[in-house]
Design a binder for this molecule. Sequence first.
Ligand code: ZN
Length: 275
Amino acid sequence: MKYVIIRDDDTNALMPVEYLERLYRPFIQRNLPVNLAVIPNVSTQASYAPGRLEKFLIAYRGNEKGCVPIGTNAELLRYLRCFPQYNFVQHGSRHEFVGNHYEFDHDDRAEIARRLDDGIKFFEQAGLGRPRGFVAPYDQLSRVSMEEVAKRFEVVSTGWFELGRIPPAWWPKYAVKKMSGAAHWRVGNTTLLSHPGCHLSYHRSYSLMLQEIERSIESRTLTVLVTHWWEYFRDGRADDAFIDVLHRTADYLASREYLKVVSFNDVADRKVALN
Ligand SMILES: [Zn+2]
């Protein structure tokens, strides 16, 4: 059996519900779990570069100021609660820079802990329950962040792992993982998942995308497929060709008997073989 996790990043209080509905209707109809990495308290100033607002603020019209908790978008939450196929993990806290660093790519332990706990609080206030999984903005976690995240979450999904960014106490396990060539590993109560890059991205070739996804899934036991909802609606218009690739991916995932689409919570419950 091969396992697949769909991870869609950047759901936030300032997005309209229609985007998710359009993208994931075929997944819901086929009863395939979709994991949304939700920003708990999105910053209205979130930028990927100075003066360049993040594309996940595509629908933000400037009416709100500061940060906006996920619980304030009642329409989005009502929709998400209708479909048990949606699962939620915490994506950062405000998804903003801290000084010159990505939100969790620095060593200020108190600041890291405060942001993680704030995020958990906003999840709970929104009725999403306590998140069991964590995704850092840009997949960037310092060693201190890794420690603090592991204290609070059962699953971490990121791009890859490197010695300089994991606590020394984990090094022996990391060495074993490295030598065995395993994609994913466990330390204590936390499962650490890597992913093969964003196959589902508008930067990639649409005609080759599904082929590459299939190849990627065939090459390991558990594959995390990462995408971003706003990439399908760049410049305020739906990219129909790209959306079609996503929907054909749903067809493919649902039609292979040896494939099982699972959630991060299934990983936390130890229902999924890792390697
Ligand atoms: Zn993000």
